[in-house]
Design a protein around this ligand. Structure first.
Ligand code: LMR
Length: 325
């Protein structure tokens, strides 16, 4: 790839433009490139592909929702307009209900348990669960555990009652907020900061890296360290595109992607801890919970499991719980 076709709009990062004859792989995501586990992984991926597959393939990464929002990108992928995306598992609702297990509150005690579940036969089979809908999962990418923030102090679940809380547009998360007697407001990620700032919503829940990366701490009273939900992604492509690749090209790309996945998933907790420190350094408030206070959040949200047991399978819940032991 040469230097000539540097993006006119400056919208995409990590590529110097594609040479004629190179296969273009567009990767659209919605977060920043350097302080977010997904953004950092995407940057590493584009750099490796454009070096190691130079002359064959050329990747263009469009971060910060400059190309598509998560609610548009999967349709665009099926149209062939984008080849790679990594939406959160909560955003596949219209394609599969299997991923709902990842949105159940307090399902996984830490990222090791998430890793173990995803590496199991059940987890690996989920990557192919949307094939008949035209999508193929390639890898799980980690962010981490979500914390809850609002424009007032939150210590106990009662403190969220009546608040308008931004959620990702996913049934489980909507019910999880209802279990707290809050008023769930589905909103696209790029709209959250403005909605918090103007009081359209009172609060939201996200990982440290998203709170810090989007500066939510600047427009919230504080964040409460609940670690109550997982935020994880699936790197996804279209079955049509994947099958159109020459086997050796596909293998080389899959190998690079897998190596990037292993390397960056292993760093995701560190990225989030650094973001938490960044929030504190910027004067943001982080509230920690006593074991009794935390248990009150567990008790308030755990009933949501029963509501979705039929969707995700009682056996899968049991399998996930085994990894918490
Ligand atoms: C969200 O919408 O809060 C997350 O999916 C953002 C992200 O990290 O992709």
């Amino acid at each position: 790839a040469g230097l000539l076709t540097l993006s006119v709009s400056g919208a995409f990062a990590g590529t110097e433009g594609c040479d004629p004859g190179e296969m273009v792989i567009k990767f659209s995501h919605i977060v920043n490139t350097d302080k977010h586990p997904k953004g950092i992984a995407a940057t590493l991926l584009v750099n490796r592909v454009n070096t190691e597959m130079d002359g064959t393939a050329c990747m263009e990464v469009y971060p910060n929702a400059t190309l598509y929002n998560d609610d548009q990108v999967l349709e665009a992928m099926l149209q062939g307009d984008v080849q790679l995306a990594a939406p959160s598992l909560s955003k596949f609702e219209s394609f599969t209900k299997q991923f709902r297990i990842f949105d159940l509150p307090f399902m996984f005690k830490n990222m090791e348990a998430v890793d173990a579940f995803q590496a199991s036969d059940t987890g690996q089979a989920m990557k192919e669960g949307m094939v008949r809908r035209g999508l193929l999962g390639l890898e799980f990418w980690h962010n981490g555990m979500k914390q809850i923030t609002a424009n007032r102090p939150l210590v106990l679940p009662e403190d969220v009652a009546g608040l308008k809380m931004r959620v990702q547009p996913a049934e489980v998360i909507i019910e999880q907020m209802r279990a707290l007697n809050a008023n769930p407001q589905p909103l696209a990620f790029p709209e959250v900061y403005g909605a918090l700032q103007t009081g359209v919503v009172d609060g939201q829940q996200n990982t440290w890296s998203n709170i810090y990366g989007q500066k939510f701490h600047e427009v919230q009273d504080g964040a409460t360290e609940t670690n109550h939900l997982l935020l994880d992604y699936m790197v996804v492509t279209s079955v049509d595109w994947w099958e159109s690749l020459d086997a050796d090209v596909r293998d080389q790309f899959a190998t690079i992607l897998h190596e990037v996945t292993v390397a960056r998933n292993g760093e995701s907790e560190r990225v989030n801890q650094e973001a938490k420190e960044g929030i504190l350094a910027a004067g943001g408030v982080v509230r920690t919970l006593t074991p009794e206070q935390r248990q009150a959040w567990v008790d308030a949200m755990k009933p949501v499991w029963k509501m979705f047991e039929a969707d995700v399978g009682a056996d899968n819940i049991a399998a996930a719980q085994d990894f918490n032991a």
